[in-house]
Design a protein around this ligand. Structure first.
Ligand code: CIZ
Length: 306
């Protein structure tokens, strides 16, 4: 059935009420979805919020691993992902065999996995982390040698922050949206806007991190921008964050470090997908119970720390 934007928005609001569903959206979602969500945040805060609310249905507008996290920590709730193609390509770069091989080579190392990985991999981790708490989690684990995956830039960032030996698994996992920033392009922007503050995500290459004024997750960037006296910012993360930055700071200006830094998988979720998700209660996230239980231990350890 074809519906125009206005009717889709009305329909989503009505279904959300009727079904007593709670919509969680990631900061990289399209503005329409961010505006309809009950809560917009990064993956760490989304995970916490999903456990706090009473609603029996959680609709997760984000990457697949975020919906999996919600199901892992809320097994009794119905968790819906509006588009099954919203799959994080970086999460697919780490396979359980990679972890097994790395553990054989480094038997004393603890396994810290970025939540951007499959439930099966997370079930093999000692603890998980997000970009918001990766350095704190690695500092916390009781080992000076850590196997860390799948993002190798985040692994290098954490190594620099903690001084521990952080071994990336696989050695070259990456987020393609954060690969879009180049030093020459950013320097040109800084020349044009000398007052602008450069905020960079730790998934970006080290050369970009090296010229940043601040490195952090999306929620940390939002906090930084709000508290800063600066009026202009260059944003070194996926462009979806600009919507929240601008909304929360209407008097400030935000320039994407590259307009092509787009997570096409997250952007697959449109109004029609959200409408159908609520209407048909699709697509239900199911996780094998043995895997879920183990992954829950690794995630809950993280949630208890920070
Ligand atoms: O941790 C997340 O949610 C991701 C993927 C990025 C960020 O910093 O919000």
């Amino acid at each position: 059935m074809e519906m125009d934007r206005e009717n889709l928005i009305k329909g989503i609001k009505k279904l959300k009420e009727e079904k007593n569903a709670f919509i969680l959206a990631h900061n990289y979602q399209i503005p329409d979805i961010q505006e309809l969500a009950d809560f917009v945040a990064d993956s760490l805060i989304m995970a916490r919020k999903g456990s706090e609310v009473e609603n029996e249905i959680l609709v997760v507008c984000g990457a697949d691993f975020m919906a999996e996290t919600a199901k892992i920590v809320n097994p009794g709730k119905t968790v819906l992902l509006p588009d099954l193609d919203a799959r994080c390509p970086m999460a697919g770069m780490l396979k359980p065999e990679d972890i097994e091989d790395a553990k054989k080579k480094h038997p004393n190392a603890k396994v810290v996995l970025y939540v951007n990985s499959s439930a099966e991999c997370r079930a093999m981790a000692d603890i998980t982390c997000t970009s918001a708490n990766a350095a704190d989690i690695v500092k916390h684990v009781d080992s000076d040698e850590v196997l860390f995956g799948p993002d190798c830039n985040l692994a290098k960032y954490v190594e620099r922050k903690t001084g521990k030996k952080v071994i990336p698994i696989p050695h070259d996992g990456f987020c393609y949206a954060h690969k879009k920033f180049d030093v020459a392009g950013i320097k040109e922007m800084k020349n044009d806007q000398p007052e602008a503050i450069l905020l960079v995500h730790p998934e970006a290459d080290l050369e970009i991190q090296d010229i940043a004024d601040f490195i952090g997750s999306t929620s940390q960037m939002l906090k930084y921008a709000k508290e800063s006296k600066a009026k202009e910012f260059i944003i070194g993360t996926e462009t979806g964050l600009i919507h929240q930055l601008q909304k929360q700071n209407p008097e400030k200006m935000f320039f994407p470090g590259n307009v092509e830094s787009i997570c096409y998988q997250q952007k697959k979720i449109g109004l029609m997908d959200l409408y159908n998700s609520l209407l048909k209660e699709q697509f239900v996230i199911e996780i094998d119970e043995k895997i879920r239980e183990k992954a829950e231990l690794a995630i809950n350890k993280m949630l208890k720390i920070k």
